[in-house]
Design a protein around this ligand. Structure first.
Ligand SMILES: CC(=O)SCCNC(=O)CCNC(=O)[C@H](O)C(C)(C)COP(=O)(O)OP(=O)(O)OC[C@H]1O[C@@H](n2cnc3c(N)ncnc32)[C@H](O)[C@@H]1OP(=O)(O)O
Ligand SMILES: O=C([O-])CC(=O)C(=O)O
Length: 381
């Protein structure tokens, strides 16, 4: 009897187009290039709400009322300082390591220090998430200053999340318009469904590992230049091109040598990233406010490259393209750009960790083997 020929399995490399689970947290709609958090359009949240309100929304499912927001922000502000052991541990890390490595190590260290580390109850995870939201900016700012040879500035509980970050990095808070542009970037970066780092967090959580392990792994996934690391790569690329008149030629050479152009393209959005118009407007406001030739040169170069990429490849910018330039204009050093993304995405990651635990199934796909045929092990020498 002959056996029926086996149908080769369909391979979905990179899980492209594969729907692996449901989520109530956000939806990225490819057809309309839109994004909602818990049902609210992200554009409206960016226009009318604070980052703290969005964090609350992602975790609790609804926007806070005034009393809930007061309580939430008071708790976040109280949790910002680092204890002495953590601060001493972080300054011992080599300055040659990337700030994302510092952040990843810090989260791992917080996990090792947390006495409730093995209690994965929803209440314990909510407390850990809030503590990370509060402390990550303190770590990022301390590291930003350490690399400039400056001492840490303690968090100021009188300041909001975004303002306090500027205070801890620079010892001053810029004009409200600059703070608002920064806050808009945090709102836009907060959540994006099953992107690579969030999926990483869900994979780790699906084994019933702890929240710190899941966030540590997610930071590792976000660091790569095909994901969050692109906001830094955008600025390196603009610096490499230099002259706006060189943008089109530079692009032609880069494409001819098969280079990926950083800050362009997206796995889900094929006709433009829903978040880009709002972030681009915020970046344009920063350029206008700076009012200097250097900001104008960068803005012209940024626009010229975007135009050339659309003309040559019909590929649109993603959020990292305007955000990278915006963070530079705000005065942050390039290696701090992706850590800022983490300060925001910690909200989305931890919302997904909670959701994964609510309906957990171990994440374990299959692979189609195309290696050597089975063969006998030769006798040892
Ligand atoms: C917050 C975020 O994480 S957003 C993403 C940030 N990452 C980047 O900006 C890095 C640059 N972009 C990229 O590498 C890609 O666009 C990704 C990884 C984001 C998405 O990749 P994919 O979904 O695999 O894109 P896909 O393979 O469908 O690309 C289609 C075609 O466009 C090309 N393409 C896509 N993006 C780019 C790019 N940035 N530069 C040059 N070519 C590109 C691909 O090479 C491919 O060409 P081909 O069909 O001739 O081989
Ligand atoms: O959704 C993705 O693949 C990447 C992205 O834009 C994000 O994580 O914000």
């Amino acid at each position: 009897m002959t056996s029926a020929p086996t149908v080769p399995p369909e391979i979905h490399r990179g899980l492209a187009g594969v729907v692996v689970d449901t989520t109530e947290i956000s939806t990225v709609i490819q057809e309309t290039n839109s994004l909602t958090y818990r049902g609210y359009p992200v554009q409206d949240l960016a226009a009318h709400r604070s980052f703290e309100e969005v964090a609350y929304l992602l975790w609790h499912g609804d926007l806070p009322d005034a009393a809930q927001l007061r309580e939430f922000t008071a708790r976040e502000r109280a949790l910002r300082p680092l204890d002495r052991t953590t601060a001493e541990f972080l300054v011992r890390l080599p300055e040659t390591c990337h700030p994302m490595d510092v952040l990843r190590t810090a989260v791992s260290f917080f996990g090792a220090e947390d006495p409730t580390e093995d209690d994965g109850s929803p209440a314990a995870n909510r407390a850990k998430s809030l503590s990370l939201l509060a402390k990550l900016p303190t770590v990022v700012a301390a590291d930003h200053r350490r690399r400039r040879g400056l001492d840490l500035i303690q968090p100021d509980p009188a300041l909001g999340y975004a303002e306090n970050f500027f205070h801890m990095c620079f010892g001053r808070v810029p004009e409200p318009e600059v703070v608002r542009c920064f806050e808009i970037s945090l709102i836009l970066y907060a959540e994006h469904s099953f992107n690579a780092s969030t999926f990483t967090a869900r994979v780790v959580t699906s084994t019933l590992s702890d929240l710190y392990s899941a966030v540590t792994a997610a930071i590792g996934a976000l660091k790569g230049p095909l994901h969050g690391g692109a906001n830094e790569a955008v600025m390196h690329m603009l610096n490499e091109i230099g002259d706006p008149r060189r943008a089109a030629d530079w692009l032609d050479e880069a494409l001819a040598s098969q280079r990926k152009i950083m800050g362009f393209g997206h796995r889900v959005y094929k006709n433009g990233d829903s978040r880009v118009p709002i972030m681009q407007e915020a970046t344009d406001r920063l350029v206008a406010r700076a009012g200097d030739p250097e900001a104008a040169r960068l803005a012209t170069l940024h626009a010229a490259l975007r135009h050339a990429m659309l003309t040559r490849k019909a590929i649109h910018p993603n959020l990292d393209y305007p955000a990278g330039l915006a963070y530079h204009l705000m005065g942050f050093d390039i290696p701090t750009f992706t850590p800022i993304f983490v300060m925001s995405r910690i909200t989305g990651w931890t919302a997904h960790i909670t959701e994964q635990l609510e309906h957990n199934a171990l994440i374990r796909p299959l692979a189609s083997y195309d290696g050597r045929d089975q063969r006998p092990v030769p006798a040892g020498a």
